[in-house]
Design a protein around this ligand. Structure first.
Ligand code: NZQ
Ligand code: ZN
Length: 385
C-alpha cells in the first residue's frame, strides 16, 4: 500500500427532514449567499424549506448556476459576494451548484488578478475561501464531501478542475426525499458517475490495499443492485437513501487512499462535455469500456479481480473473463438507460482527432502509468464510435 494522509471534516447530516438543521448549522449572524440552479428546488419544496430554516439571517439569492457551471456565470456571483460583504455560501442543488459555489468561495477571496488562474493551476494558488455548506439534491459527484470543483469556460470550451482543502464543505445535508423529483435521466447519470468514480480509483494495478478494494467492490455492488430499483420504484425511500450515501462514499477520498488512481476516463469525458455539451455521466459511459479494453495489459490483474468479485465471472480464459466483465459494465450502463457509443450521440470517427487535440492542450499524458497520450486517446475514442 502507498503512504497516505487522510482528513475529511465535512459534517454529514443525513435523512428525512434534515434541511431544518440549517438553522443551527449556518452561523446565526451569517450574511448568506443562497446559490442554486435553474429552479428545480422551487418546484419540489426545497427552496421553501431552506428559506424557512435560514430565518431572519441576511440572505442574497443567486440562481441560474447551470449544469457544467460556467465561469462567466460564477463571476457574477463573486461580484455579489464582494458587494454585499457576504461571509457564508450555501449551495442547494446538484454537483454543478456545489462545484460552482466552491469556485465562488475561492474566487471571492482570491488575491491574484484573474480567478481563472485557479483552474489553470488546479487550485495551487487558492490561499483562502469563504466558508460554505451544502444541501444536496442529486446524488452523483461526491462534491458534497470532497474538495474538488469542475468549471467550464464557455468562450474557450475549457472544462477544468481545481481542488483545495479551503473549499471542502463545512457540512452537507443529504435528505434522500429531495431526490424524488429527479428525472430518470439524472438518476441514471448519478449512478453511472458514482460507478465510474469507483472504477477510476480501483481498476488500476494491485498494491495490496485489501480494505480499499473491498470497499470499492461494495460500492459497485450496491450501485448495481440499487440503481435499477431507483428507476423501477422512484418513490422508495430506502433505495434513494442507499444511492445517496453510496454516491458520497464513491468520491469522498476514502477508497482512494494508498492506491494508484487513473482518472483518464474523466479527463477525456470533460473534453466531450466541453465540445458537445454531453452530460458528464454520458461521456463516462462511452469512454470507460473502450479505455478498459485498450488498457487491458496494464490493468490485467485488477480487471480479472473485478470480473470475479463484482460480476461473478469465474470461468473461461483470463482474456474471456476480462472481456465479459467489461461487457457486463456496458450492459449495466445501458440498463440504466445511458448509451455507450459515440455514434449514438452523432459523434463520428472523423471528430476524434479534434477531441484528442483539445485534451492535449489541457495536459497529457493520462492514466495511472502516464501512458495515455494523444494517439492512445484517438484509438480509445475510435473504438468507442
Ligand atoms: O438546475 P436545476 O434546476 O436545479 O436542475 C438540475 C440540473 O438541470 C437537476 N436537478 C438537480 N436536483 C434535482 C434536479 N431536478 C429535479 N429534482 C432534483 N432534486 O439536475 C440537472 C443536473 O444537475 P447537475 O448538478 O449538473 O448534475 P450533477 O450532480 O451530475 O453534476 C455534474 C457536474 O459535476 C461535475 C461534472 O463535471 C459536472 O460539471 N463533477 C464534479 C465532481 C467533483 N466536484 O468532485 C466530480 C465529478 O466527476 C464531476 O466531474
Ligand atoms: Zn464524475
Amino acid at each position: 500500500m502507498q503512504n497516505f494522509e487522510y482528513q475529511n471534516s465535512t459534517r454529514i447530516v443525513f435523512g428525512k427532514g434534515t434541511i431544518a438543521r440549517l438553522e443551527d448549522l449556518v452561523p446565526a449572524d451569517a450574511r448568506v449567499l443562497f446559490a442554486f440552479g435553474g429552479g428545480s428546488i422551487r418546484k419540489n419544496g426545497v427552496y421553501d424549506e431552506v428559506r424557512a430554516a435560514l430565518g431572519k439571517r441576511t440572505v442574497e439569492e443567486f440562481s441560474g448556476i447551470e449544469p457544467n457551471p460556467r465561469f462567466e456565470t460564477l463571476m457574477k456571483a463573486v461580484e455579489v459576494v464582494k458587494a454585499k460583504k457576504l461571509d457564508f455560501l450555501l449551495a442547494v442543488g446538484g454537483g454543478s451548484v456545489v462545484d460552482g459555489t466552491k469556485f465562488i468561495a475561492a474566487a471571492a477571496r482570491y488575491e491574484g488578478n484573474d480567478p481563472w488562474q485557479i483552474l489553470l493551476d488546479a487550485g495551487a494558488s487558492v490561499k483562502d475561501a469563504v466558508p460554505l455548506g451544502v444541501v444536496l439534491t442529486l446524488p452523483a459527484t461526491g462534491s458534497e464531501m470532497n474538495s474538488t470543483s469542475v468549471v467550464t469556460r464557455g468562450a474557450t470550451q475549457d472544462k477544468l478542475h481545481f481542488a483545495s482543502p479551503k473549499v471542502l464543505p463545512l457540512f452537507s445535508i443529504l435528505d434522500p426525499e429531495t431526490t424524488f423529483t429527479l428525472p430518470e435521466r439524472q438518476v441514471a447519470n448519478g449512478v453511472v458517475d458514482a460507478f465510474v468514480h469507483v472504477v477510476e480509483q480501483y481498476l488500476t494495478y494491485p498494491v495490496g490495499a485489501a480494505l480499499q478494494d473491498r470497499q470499492a467492490e461494495g460500492i459497485l455492488l450496491t450501485l448495481i443492485e440499487e440503481g435499477p430499483k431507483a428507476l423501477a420504484a422512484p418513490k422508495d425511500y430506502n433505495v434513494r437513501a442507499n444511492i445517496m450515501w453510496t454516491a458520497t462514499q464513491a468520491l469522498n477520498g476514502l477508497i482512494g487512499v494508498g492506491v494508484p488512481q487513473d482518472w483518464a476516463t474523466h479527463m477525456i469525458g470533460h473534453e466531450l462535455t466541453a465540445k458537445y455539451e454531453m452530460d458528464h455521466a454520458v461521456t463516462l459511459a462511452v469512454v470507460l469500456p473502450s479505455l478498459l479494453r485498450k488498457q487491458k495489459a496494464t490493468k490485467r490483474e485488477k480487471l480479472v479481480q473485478y470480473a470475479d468479485r463484482v460480476w461473478g465471472i469465474r470461468t473461461g480464459s483470463e482474456d474471456e473473463r476480462i472481456e465479459a466483465g467489461i461487457a457486463k459494465t456496458e450492459e449495466f450502463f445501458r440498463a440504466m438507460g445511458v448509451k455507450t457509443r459515440l455514434s449514438e450521440h452523432n459523434i463520428l470517427a472523423s471528430d476524434v482527432a479534434q477531441i484528442a487535440a483539445a485534451r492535449e492542450r489541457h495536459g497529457l499524458p493520462l492514466g495511472e502509468h502516464g501512458d495515455i497520450g494523444r494517439k492512445e486517446i484517438e484509438e480509445i475514442l475510435e473504438a468507442a464510435v
